[in-house]
Design a protein around this ligand. Structure first.
Ligand SMILES: CC(C)[C@H](C(=O)O)[C@@H](O)C(=O)O
Ligand code: SF4
Length: 467
């Protein structure tokens, strides 16, 4: 029988399958960070259990750590963050786990370093106590975010109880117009299909647009599958994937790599495989996207305007729009390009890889950040940071007046002290624009790295196609 890529990976990992019950699946890779792991380790300790496979488990500090240059423990902003950090360090020592700490050259946001180090490989099941684990699916992985009690379960058993999700195919066709990126595609897809479209499903993204995306771009897309409500996002591995993985430190090397590639080539969904749901999106004529509201589906073209709630017939939706406009401090009909920004954040597991920084730097080169705009570039990993410095990107940003930071989640979630103040407006390359996400009362507009950099220079949103 023909199978989808998800079915193939699922079937290869099922340990116990009883009809009508959740299945037990084997987990190949477990990534752990400081926010969702303390209670899981405490649970192991309380019952005298060990980590089942320390070799398959990697820990990293990313959410609570400072990103200021030359960071030290003294830069940690509060007691809670400090406790998260020291607890992670203690747990890694006690349970014999590899930890990429603040000083490690391999440190970075968990979803950036997995693929970057070759820890994320096609055909794997991968989990992390973090919703954006879907990012890893870009390499042909079944990667899901789990809760803290599940983190404990995986640590102890290397297995997970899972109800088998449904499958969805989103085919994206067309050549990406100049000035648009995977981020614009992700926002456009969510704008078109809604933030709930993926509920209960694993989305496999396919079609010519996706085939032509780099691995970085595919990661941006899979990262935001969560914002479409999905359990996971995936892209079938191909030559682009194999070239990306080759030579990465934790990836198979030499003959083993060739054997692995032969196996990975079998993973793609069979041509006649049936999905539970199928959607098609065309990106011909796509414009750079800017969110105006408080969920990623509240999005429009940079050439557009803030929608008028009065034109919405569904009363609930109308109310939602009204509330969003109020929170965001926007008026109906206002041109997107007239919206001024106070802060620009280029970072997060959505858009802080090398390709993202290169695209942003193009718009910062030889320019100056607008007066009164605070602009931050927070590379996704210390490796991205190092290469960006070697390539001269860091100099471009610094000379333009951007702060050049060390790696971490930073202002994506404001857990480390990098935050917006009440009413402050931000162009952000992250994935969530919920109320208070970047700080209480802060206003977030999601955009691509190029759009963010251009907004930093202009002081308001601009259509980068005009530059
Ligand atoms: C803090 C963490 C648990 C959270 C998540 O699960 O995604 C964070 O990474 C986020 O992006 O909101
Ligand atoms: S960068 Fe943002 S979205 Fe990604 S893991 Fe960190 S907090 Fe979550």
């Amino acid at each position: 029988m023909s199978k989808t890529m998800f079915d193939k990976i699922w079937d290869a990992h099922v340990v116990r399958d009883v009809p009508g019950e959740s299945s037990v699946i084997y987990i190949d890779r477990h990534l752990v960070h400081e926010v969702t792991s303390p209670q899981a380790f405490a649970g192991l300790r309380a019952t005298g259990r060990k980590v089942r496979r320390p070799d398959a488990t990697i820990a990293v500090l990313d959410h609570n750590i400072p990103t200021v240059s030359g960071r030290k423990m003294l830069d940690v902003v509060d007691k809670d963050s400090e406790l998260c950090i020291t607890t992670m360090e203690q747990n890694a020592r006690d349970f014999n786990l590899t930890l990429f700490d603040m000083a490690d050259t391999r440190q970075g946001i968990v979803h950036i370093i997995g693929p970057e180090l070759g820890l994320t490989l096609p055909g794997m099941t991968l989990v992390c106590g973090d919703s954006h684990t879907s990012t890893h699916g870009a390499l042909g992985v079944f990667a899901i975010g789990i809760g803290t009690s599940e983190v404990e379960h995986v640590l102890a058993t290397q297995c997970l109880l899972q109800k088998k999700p449904k499958t969805m195919n989103i085919r994206i066709e067309g050549a990406l117009p100049a000035g648009t990126t995977a981020k614009d595609v992700a926002l456009y897809v969510i704008g078109q299909l809604g933030t709930g479209v993926g509920t209960g499903h694993v989305i496999e993204f396919g079609g010519s647009t996706v085939r032509n995306l780099s691995i970085e771009g595919r990661m941006t897309l899979c990262n935001m599958a969560i914002e479409a409500g999905a359990r996971a996002g995936m892209v079938a591995p191909d030559e682009t994937t194999f070239n990306y993985i080759k030579g990465r430190p934790f990836a198979p090397q030499g003959e083993q790599f060739d054997q692995a590639v032969a196996a990975w080539k079998q993973l793609a969904s069979d041509p006649d495989a049936q999905f539970d749901a199928v959607h098609e999106i065309n990106v011909d004529g796509l414009s750079p996207q800017v969110t105006w509201g408080t969920n990623p589906g509240m999005v429009t073209d940079v050439t557009g305007s803030v929608p008028d709630p009065a034109t919405i017939s569904d009363p609930l939706k109308r109310q939602g729009y009204q509330r969003a406009l109020e929170y965001m401090g926007l008026t109906a009909g206002q041109n997107i390009s007239d919206i001024k920004v106070d802060t620009v954040f280029i970072g997060s597991c959505t858009n802080s890889r090398l390709e993202d920084l290169r695209m942003a730097a193009q718009y910062a080169k030889g320019k100056k950040v607008a007066p009164n705009v605070r602009a931050l570039v927070v590379p996704g990993s210390m490796q991205v940071r190092r290469i960006a410095e070697e390539e001269g990107l860091a100099d471009i940003f610094r000379e333009a007046g951007f702060q050049w930071r060390e790696a971490g989640c930073s202002m994506c979630i404001a857990m480390n002290g990098d935050r917006l103040s009440e009413g402050e407006r931000c162009a952000s390359t992250s994935n969530r624009n919920f109320e208070g996400r970047q700080g209480k009362g802060g206003r977030t507009h999601l955009v691509s790295p190029a759009m963010a950099a251009a907004a930093a220079i202009a002081g308001h949103f601009v259509d980068i196609r005009d530059l």
